[in-house]
Design a protein around this ligand. Structure first.
Ligand code: HGY
Ligand code: MN
Ligand code: MN
Length: 420
């Protein structure tokens, strides 16, 4: 162990981390009895924030929420420099116990250790609202609001609840928040001289290469969009094949073309159609309309944006050749984000000092860190998740790896705090 490096009782921290994660998988914290399902303004999400609030208040942290519900806890008054730790504790609608939540729980453990070991580190724990977009179809919504990367009109009118179609603004007001003050949310980043988010890898590279820790130095950018093909709905039995304008067929051609474009783009570019809606959606009706989602990502900005451009053009051409039309609407996009060299270096020397196997890597998944990394020096720590499974109740991560992550983060924060 290098001199000056702190070691923690990793077994004790692993036990507490595991306990918190298991507690937050209980019936009070999820809408589903088969998966973790919690998102903004639901009672189960409220209960989750209250769980963290009581744990952190017991440690002497001041706890509050920004005007729309991002959770913040700090152990220094406003105006004093603090180091940020956290993630998100909302979930995918078919989520697992660890995506996001493990990062907030590990941040809580860091706050506990800071007190128990008398380290005196100035800390701010943040749990961002709506990272998954399960409530309003908008990924990273809370951290994009904080980073002022949304328009008020979108919050008032176009970000609509997946449950009842009503605007985010209305839901925020009904939950007791003040969306009209959304611009003040940027103050969540006040006084932060650094930020580290721990998260499960959501792929299997760390597991398959025998590494317990990933130090993330870049996060893939993404385009989220929808393509709608408009043809004509006809009787499935009476309409001859050469009389049809079957929107579903053009959608199918587009899905295969997206796979070809993303694979050809290289550089880790990926493309996914995750949502597909056929109208009228009846067994005996030719679909007159097909709406499908696009999730296109990569660290090579030109490559992934080129795929988005090319698939939109392909859809228009393929629809036109069959006498139909195609429309492309972008939901949102964020650029690929390089993370902070100093924070990355502090994490790398901390993990080297631990003697544990690690690898430097980029993240294919999006994270709240990418929303704020241009305002706060930031980096991420990955821990393996079993077989790369995520966005599934089968998700599993070992609390012992998160405990190692906590030790590494503490050492990095100490070195960035003294040299700061
Ligand atoms: O989809 C993502 O990148 C993340 O899980 N929100
Ligand atoms: Mn996540
Ligand atoms: Mn996720």
């Amino acid at each position: 162990m290098a001199t000056g490096q702190l070691t923690i009782d990793r077994a004790k921290s692993a036990e507490r981390i595991g306990r918190d994660v298991d507690n937050l998988a209980g019936p009070d914290y999820t809408l589903s009895d088969e998966a973790i399902k919690r998102y903004a303004y639901t009672q189960v999400y409220r209960n989750t924030l209250d769980y963290f609030a009581s744990e952190l208040q017991a440690l002497g942290f001041e706890v509050y929420e920004d005007p729309v519900g991002t959770f913040v806890a700090r152990n220094r008054p406003a105006g004093e420099g603090v180091f940020g730790v956290g993630s998100h504790c909302d979930s995918n609608r078919n989520g697992g116990k660890y995506d996001g939540t493990l990062g907030v729980v590990t941040a809580l453990e860091i706050c506990r250790l800071n007190n128990e070991l008398g380290l005196g580190l100035p800390l701010k724990l943040i749990s961002f609202l709506e990272e998954e977009g399960s409530g309003f179809g908008q990924m990273l919504l809370g951290s994009r609001i904080i980073a002022q990367r949304v328009e008020e009109k979108e919050l008032r009118e176009s970000f609509l609840s997946e449950d009842d179609g009503r605007p985010f603004w209305e839901h925020a007001e009904e939950a007791g928040y003040e969306p009209e003050r959304w611009r003040e949310a940027v103050q969540v980043l006040d006084d932060l001289y650094g930020w580290i988010e721990l998260h499960i890898e959501q792929a299997r590279v760390l597991q398959d290469t025998g590494h317990r820790i990933g130090i993330v130095n870049a996060i893939a950018g993404y385009v989220h969009a929808d393509i709608t093909i408009r043809g004509r709905s006809d009787h499935a039995g009476a309409t001859p094949m050469d009389f049809r304008q079957d929107a579903g067929l053009v959608a199918a051609e587009c899905m295969l073309e997206l796979e070809r474009l993303a694979s050809a783009a290289g550089g880790g570019t990926v493309g996914t159609v995750g949502e597909m809606e056929l109208k009228p959606g009846l067994i005996n009706a030719v679909p007159g309309e097909a709406r499908f989602s696009l999730d296109i990502r990569g660290v090579d900005e030109g490559a992934f944006r080129g795929v988005a451009r090319d698939i939109a053009a392909f859809a228009e051409k393929a629809a036109g050749e069959r006498g139909m039309t195609a429309g492309y609407t972008q939901r949102q996009t964020l650029s690929a984000m390089q993370l902070d060299d100093n924070v990355v270096a502090a994490l790398e020397s901390a993990v080297e000092a631990s003697g544990e196997p690690y690898m430097a890597m980029h993240s294919g998944a999006a994270h709240d860190t990418m929303s704020i990394a241009d305002r706060v020096p930031s980096a991420m720590v990955f821990v393996p998740c079993k077989d790369g499974i995520s966005h599934s109740p089968e998700e599993y991560a070992n609390p012992a790896d998160a405990a190692l992550g906590a030790e590494i983060m503490l050492n990095a924060i100490r070195s960035l705090s003294t040299s700061g």
